[in-house]
Design a protein around this ligand. Sequence first.
Ligand SMILES: [Zn+2]
Length: 95
Amino acid sequence: MGFKSRAKKKQKDASDAKGPSNDIKEEYSGEVRCDVADCENWADKKIGGRKLAFDRAADVWGEDGLLGNSRRVTVCKSCYREWKKAKKDDPSEWG
Ligand SMILES: [Zn+2]
């Protein structure tokens, strides 16, 4: 417990000192961000990103859970997998 609160404080101090957006992952630098609000992955086509109709994506993440408001959203590979899994439980999609 103590560790957790200490880590949180440390994180806050660091962002106070350096400002936000300093902890971007360096391993891959893509061009397209995943449109799922709480996801920070890249969604470039070459690394498995997929485009979904906004409405179909909103069925899983909700409109508030998606960034942007175009008719199509781009999701990363893992979000697409999550979406597919969620849709599997929804027989209405498979009619
Ligand atoms: Zn994602």
